[in-house]
Design a protein around this ligand. Structure first.
Ligand code: TYM
Length: 385
């Protein structure tokens, strides 16, 4: 367990309060600075809140992707979700970011559903549980609104026949000392876990074009290994763009978790549930008493409602500035900013839930019938060695 000033980020767990600058240094990624952000907006002709507000904060080789795109080159997107439970809003933001890139650059998206990973990683799930969650999760992902002809969602246990030859080759290039040092595997780790990284890396080789992966930074260790072995297959190193974690409602430590429902806003929550959770659980930077709050105001840096509005939900910069001024000076109360957050969360989730109503047909297209899906089922992933 890390001490008070320490934190740990692995693909399976986040502990402590993450210092994102230190994480950039530790993982050896690059900060997404204003110049690069402006370039993305210029090249795509579009704006994005998550980028603008630094929720997306780091990258690998995004500049290469833009250089080549400007010269007429192509790239593709890849992201994923391991179905180990119902999804909360933290799980869906990378998908909305991916959709934004798809719309802005008109490129293919591959979405991996590793319906094997969490069987190996946790001791508590049956494959039948994973199958139920996979079906539910895929509908949530379909509701994001990806282009049905340029998107392929696949479950590992279904698509493995098309990828197995390539998985053999990828797994052959990663030795155990690398897996141990990158993932912390030890003598108690089951051997399924040792093979799994080959499967998560594999979609970075699905096209000859360079791959760009939008995901939270916890997944970066896989990309680090891919970047070390890509040359063996005469392939580009994958590029990546990293978002921060949405913190738990209950405070800045760790990340939101579906196993602690009080800490999370689930994608299926209705307005009343959202309001109850936000009002009873959202960690406040406001004063303990009304007098104290009026005198000193709120600490915005730890206030979950303000952080969520800033990072994810409130588009209007002027309105955000007004809230920041009034709340930090004590004029606005915690209950008032929480009401604003509830309204913003609900407008996001209401639209998402409405799109999910029609997800069944869309799922068929994204997994099996759309142009890209259809093509992928007729393709064996090939890798030169
Ligand atoms: P999973 O299912 O844990 O998470 C799905 C995606 O959500 C991101 N994420 C978060 N983002 C913001 N706030 C949070 N609190 C939060 N919690 C999770 C994750 O980084 C991920 O982008 N091994 C992967 C599944 C996977 C994958 C991929 C992910 C397979 N291939 C390619 C990204 C890209 C996993 O367990 O993700």
């Amino acid at each position: 367990m890390p001490d008070k000033n320490d934190f740990e980020v692995t693909p399976w767990d986040v502990e402590g309060t993450v210092d994102y600058q230190r994480l950039i240094d530790k993982f050896g990624t690059e900060r997404l600075d204003n110049t690069l952000k402006q370039r993305i907006f210029n090249v795509s002709g579009d704006d994005n809140l998550y980028l603008r507000r630094d929720f997306v904060f780091s990258h690998r080789d995004l500049d290469n992707i833009l250089d080549s795109f400007e010269d007429g080159g192509e790239f593709y997107l890849y992201t994923g979700r391991a179905p180990s439970g119902k999804m909360h809003i933290g799980h869906i933001v990378s998908f909305y970011l991916t959709k934004w890139f798809q719309d802005a650059f008109n490129v293919n998206v591959y979405i991996q559903i590793p319906d094997d990973e969490k069987y190996w990683a946790k001791d508590t799930l049956f494959l039948s549980d994973i199958d139920t969650y996979a079906e539910q999760n895929i509908k949530q992902i379909a509701a994001v609104g990806f282009d049905p002809d340029k998107t392929f969602i696949f479950r590992n246990r279904e698509y493995i026949g098309n990828m197995y030859d390539a998985a053999i080759k990828v797994s052959n290039e990663v030795n155990y000392s690398v897996a141990q040092s990158v993932f912390g595997f030890n003598s108690a780790t089951n051997i399924g876990m040792s093979f799994y990284p080959a499967l998560q890396m594999l979609p970075t080789f699905f096209e000859e074009n360079q791959c760009l992966i939008p995901a939270a930074i916890d997944q970066d260790p896989y990309w680090r290994i891919q970047r070390d072995i890509a040359h063996k297959f005469d392939h580009d190193k994958t590029a990546a763009i990293h978002n921060k974690f949405i913190p738990a409602l209950t405070g800045p430590e760790g990340k939101m978790s579906s196993s602690n429902p009080a800490s999370a806003i689930m994608l299926e929550d209705d307005k009343e549930t959202i309001s109850n959770k936000v009002h009873s659980e959202a960690y406040s930077g406001g004063g303990d008493t009304l007098e104290e709050h009026r005198e000193h105001g709120a600490d915005l840096s730890v206030d979950v409602s303000y952080q969520w509005l800033h990072n994810l939900f409130l588009e209007d910069d002027n309105e955000l500035r007004r809230i920041a001024d009034e709340y930090s000076s004590g004029e606005m109360l915690t209950s008032e900013i929480k009401n604003i957050l509830v309204d913003q969360l609900w407008s996001f989730l209401k639209a998402h839930q409405a799109r999910k109503e029609n997800a069944d047909e869309l799922v068929q297209q994204l997994m099996y019938n759309g142009s890209l899906a259809n093509e992928m089922w007729n393709t064996d992933i090939e890798l030169d060695t």
